[in-house]
Design a protein around this ligand. Structure first.
Ligand code: G3I
Length: 352
């Protein structure tokens, strides 16, 4: 069985769990798993949060619990408490869990940012990946191996984001990370995850080109990378470049990779104050984004970066000047579905 069939199979099985009996004898609906980023502390404290995840999701991902600062706080200590809690919750409720993230510039503990030289960088990255992927081998079917490798303002000569790994290992750090992850669990979907590639504008165009170049380079060197994660942190005020996004996804598919949506939400700090109007604009951005992707390929999963407006990172950077709460996610602060959830459900239930 080819890897991709294994991965699609395991995620699709999770998705099928949700189907009501009535459709049992209808043509099988190849649903796409929908999932959300989860916060371990809220999971324990908030019953409605747990219920919303169980009611709507086939998949979850840790919003922070599996990042270096949480899971590897000191050189000789790994902390799997939160990660284990989340994956047990997922398995107890018939869901799968994605892994986020093995190699990133952010959420790094001071000791790791102080890494110096290729040898130390290589051994610390390898030990981290082998230990974390090894811990969840056979339980996590998809990992964000490298996150946000593209420079903020990429140019043809300078397109990789500076970080402790690029500094000490050069651009080979990406190939090393994917090879280590593959060696740690050869059944996992290995993902390169990126943001800000979907909108109209020169900067987005250059970011698409940079990401395609990175993927092409990895593929040309037979590095085991299986999919591109489109984070999808959409801006309510910015138009989706539907043609360019479809073309981007087609090129990714042409290189033999899958795509998935990994962190979908819509910042609304520059949108009108009226809730109804804001929710409608948010849903239309999601419609354009998912529509452009589906025109080129079916993503292997659709994940939002949180499920309810009550628990979201958006106010950290995109607080509304009028003091109103942000509304970036599929469920409102009282866990009631919004127009955005209807759009997502329509796409996840398109027959394949
Ligand atoms: O847990 C501590 C808490 O003890 C402390 O009191 C508080 C005040 O400083 O900080 C809390 O940690 C925060 C953590 O979120 C948990 O809420 C960190 O400071 C804060 O930096 C961290 O932000 C996360 C950020 O990634 C950095 O890891 C956001 O929640 C999370 O939504 C965001 O997610 C990223 C994806 O991983 C990658 N793509 C973009 C996305 C949004 O930025």
């Amino acid at each position: 069985m080819r890897r991709r069939e294994f991965i699609q199979g395991s995620l699709a099985v999770a998705a099928q769990v949700a189907l009501p009996a009535a459709t049992a004898n209808a043509a099988p609906t190849l649903t796409i798993p929908y999932g959300a980023a989860v916060r371990g502390d809220v999971l324990v404290d908030d019953y409605n949060y747990r219920k919303a995840l169980i009611d709507h999701c086939q998949l979850i991902v840790a919003e922070g619990s599996m990042k270096w600062e949480s899971i590897h706080p000191t050189p000789d200590r790994f902390d799997f408490y939160d990660g284990d809690k989340l994956i047990n919750f997922a398995e107890q409720n018939g869901m799968k869990m994605r892994g986020h993230t093995l190699v990133w510039y952010a959420a790094m503990p001071e000791w790791a940012l102080a890494i110096k030289g290729a040898n130390q960088a290589n051994s610390e990255m390898s030990r981290h990946i082998e230990t974390v992927v090894g811990r969840y081998r056979g339980r996590i079917p998809s990992w964000d191996v490298v996150n946000e490798a593209v420079a903020d303002e990429p140019t043809a000569s300078d397109y990789l984001r500076p970080n402790v790994w690029l500094e000490n290992l050069g651009k080979d750090y990406l190939a090393t990370a994917f090879r280590r992850a593959h060696a740690s669990d050869d059944q996992v979907q290995l993902v390169i995850n990126e943001y800000d590639i979907e909108c109209v504008g020169e900067q987005y165009k250059r970011r698409r080109e940079a990401l395609l170049r990175i993927v092409r380079d990895l593929r040309d060197r037979d590095v085991p990378v299986h999919a591109v994660g489109l984070q999808g942190h959409l801006r309510g005020e910015l138009e989706i470049d539907k043609h360019a996004l479809s073309e981007f996804v087609s090129q990714v598919k042409a290189m033999g990779l899958d795509v998935l949506v990994t962190e979908l939400d819509v910042t609304d700090n520059l949108l009108p104050p009226d809730q109804q109007e804001r929710d409608t604009i948010v849903a239309s951005r999601v419609e354009d984004f998912l529509g452009a992707i589906f025109d080129a390929a079916r993503p292997t999963a659709i994940v939002t970066w949180g499920i309810s407006d009550r628990h979201t990172w958006v106010p950290m950077y995109f607080t509304r000047e009028d003091g109103r709460h942000n509304r970036p996610l599929p469920l409102d602060r009282n866990y009631r579905p919004k127009a955005m959830m209807e759009v997502i459900e329509r796409f996840t239930r398109t027959t394949g």
